[in-house]
Design a protein around this ligand. Sequence first.
Ligand code: ADP
Ligand code: NI
Length: 213
Amino acid sequence: MNELKILIEAEQYVRSILENDSSGHDWWHIHRVRSLARQIAAHEGADIFICELTALLHDVADDKLFENEEERLAELDDWLYKNDVEKDIREQIVAIIKTMSYKGGNNTPVESLEGKIVQDADRLDAIGAIGIARTFAYSGAKGQLMYDPSIAVREEMSKEEYRKGQSTAINHFYEKLLKLKSLMNTEYGKQLAEERHQYLEGFLNKFLEEWNA
Ligand code: ADP
Ligand code: NI
């Protein structure tokens, strides 16, 4: 198994799938998650190759981006097989990607250390300055308002509501982003989340202060 070659092939593969995404899952999101996953893996003593490859592939079957998640997962499995990824690693990667998406916080917890790391990396990219930018980009792409005080904030959203994005960018902070810090799995992930979380809170305070001025 030639790890470097597989990583290069995986880059091409995800680029071809997510190339035109404007909902915050573009190639550069993948790139950032990959580099965060590498950093956390190094600190946590995990398998860097599995973390990196999973990070590269983590959004190719997301049910918010694609109609048929099962079909996409089967395609991913097939891709891993064709690219000579060992059976054991292939199974680990598919299992992680299947369980790691947020799904309103209702998904089955991720089991493996490598899975926890990639999930932390993905969550880190949802908070901090980048997280704020992605949220407004996503809301714009879905035709949501940035804020509407008459739309109540609901901390719990049904899967269907979550899917349709019936909310505002600011409400999304309460529905999801502010919860992510306490959902971090790894010690190093928690450390990185701390500063990004504070940045979210500072931004929200300023936003609402200006709104109400
Ligand atoms: P995950 O990749 O963990 O499943 P999502 O795909 O739900 O996460 O979301 C990726 C990013 O898209 C979020 O971090 C956020 O910036 C943005 N986003 C998702 N849902 C919404 C929403 N309802 N309103 C605003 N932004 C959203
Ligand atoms: Ni992601």
